[in-house]
Design a protein around this ligand. Structure first.
Ligand code: NDP
Length: 417
């Protein structure tokens, strides 16, 4: 059913209710994982009781100062930092938005400032470890308030955009695709800058904490830090590839993305490093070699596939692995690549991402399931995402998509799925 601003509210009662449940349950999952990893349980599984709710840390002046200075710093870097301008994919009306690519600049400068402040003794190296809990609350509250702003802003500035009319559903998923003030694009900014770079800043603090407790860093901590640093640095190195991703092209900007970018990513993707603070084990050399190989193979597939699609969409004449690109020309006008990585499986980029996700968990060994939370969550997310993408492409390309599926039958993992 098409969504319009006139659609009766009752039509979306169930999605609205599910959104409301998500608004309550998702933050509780983050607190649960935090309680699970922090010193009281140190990764030992426990069944949460009602009383745990009273242990949710309130914001502190320090956590508020940290978050708002970080957010402001990134907003300023986005606006004044030097960067190339790139055009996004065509919107429904045929126009294209322009985006300033200066993420690598923001990454280097903000982390440089943080590490510099630690070196100069202005900031405690373990600050983000110490404020981890209060920061979750501070950022969650900000994300909720900011999403409310986006809800009204979207309705006011983009009245023609489709929405359901159910408050909770629209608040959860957003009321506009590309909310902007001038050329400052809220979604593009929040997708990466404060949260993704914050993830690495938190990892740094967690590594410092381990270093003070264990009188040095363990190999697993080095691995987790290095792998995740590479992942984020790579993101900024290829920042413009985000312009052709699902989030930018199709997802409206509401609580789900705001909270996901600002809370979920930095406070759950750091679980492995947090777990290692209190688990100072070492790895056999062959384990280290195996994990590094897994991560780098995953990286090669992930980056290779994403970049190949991005370059192909910009210039279909560009050779793929030394040969002319093979593709299906759709009636819709777009070209579907069927050679290179995209001829092996329809979402090999997801496979590469999952291999890296596993490589981030394995250094924690097998005493607790907690560090594997990321891999399991990500596996579910990407399987669901692939199905959603498949349905959408099928709707968009019809028979051409079916031809593509016949030619490339595997979804994510060749010969398995
Ligand atoms: P993709 O980058 O795979 O984009 C899918 C889109 O690409 C489709 O909707 C279609 O769009 C186009 N497309 C599909 N097949 C082809 C083809 N054969 N040739 C050309 N274009 C094609 O998906 P995502 O945006 O979901 O993911 C991007 C990356 O981000 C992935 O590597 C993923 O693993 C990662 N990711 C990471 C997350 C994290 O939390 N770490 C979360 C989510 C994703 P069109 O309409 O243009 O044809």
């Amino acid at each position: 059913m098409a969504m319009t601003s006139d659609t009766p509210k009752r039509t979306y009662f169930l999605p609205g209710l599910l959104s409301l449940v998500g608004l309550v349950v998702l933050p509780l999952i983050v607190y649960y994982l935090f309680f699970w990893v922090e010193p009281r349980y140190k990764g030992v599984a426990f069944i949460p009781e009602f009383d745990e709710l009273f242990r949710i840390p309130p914001p502190t002046p320090r956590s508020m100062l940290i978050f708002f200075s970080w957010l402001l710093l990134h907003a300023v870097l986005q606006v004044i930092g030097p960067g190339r301008w790139r055009e996004g994919t065509p919107l429904a009306d045929g126009t294209r938005l322009r985006y300033k690519m200066n993420g690598m600049f923001a990454f280097v400068v903000s982390l440089g400032l943080f590490v510099g402040a630690v070196q100069l003794g202005w900031v405690s190296p373990t600050l983000l470890y110490d404020e981890f809990g209060p920061l979750i609350t501070t950022v969650t509250q900000f994300a909720s308030a900011f999403s409310l702003f986006l809800y009204f802003f979207g309705k006011w500035k983009y009245p023609a955009e489709e929405r359901t009319g159910n408050f909770f559903y629209d608040y959860f998923l957003g009321t506009s695709l590309n909310p902007r003030i001038g050329s400052f694009d809220f979604k593009f900014f929040m997708e990466s800058r404060p949260g993704l770079i914050g993830w690495i800043a938190i990892n740094f603090s967690l590594a410092c904490k381990q270093s003070t407790m264990e009188h040095g860093l363990t190999t697993p901590m080095y691995l987790v830090f290095a792998f995740q640093f590479l992942y984020v640095a790579d993101y900024f190195w290829h920042e413009e590839a985000i312009l052709t991703t699902w989030d930018i092209k199709h997802e409206k900007f509401g609580w789900m993305l705001v909270w996901g970018d600002l809370v979920w990513v930095p406070f759950t993707y750091t679980l492995q490093a947090y777990y290692l603070v209190h688990h100072g084990h070492e790895l056999p050399w062959w384990g280290t070699v195996g994990i590094v190989t897994l991560n780098m193979a995953g990286y090669l597939i992930f980056r290779g596939a994403n970049w190949q699609k991005h370059c192909f969409r910009l210039d279909p004449q560009r050779p793929i692995w030394g040969k002319p690109a093979e593709y299906i020309a759709t009636r819709h006008g777009s070209l579907l690549l069927v050679s290179g990585w995209w001829g092996i499986a329809r979402h090999l980029n997801y496979l590469g991402d999952l291999m890296m996700a596993l490589a981030w968990c394995l250094p924690c060994l097998f005493e607790s399931p907690l560090p594997y939370f990321y891999f399991i969550y990500f596996l579910i997310l990407l399987i669901h995402r692939e199905r959603r993408d498949h349905n959408m492409c099928h709707q968009k390309y019809g028979e051409d998509w079916e031809r593509y599926c016949d030619r490339v039958p595997w979804r994510i993992l060749p010969y398995v799925y």
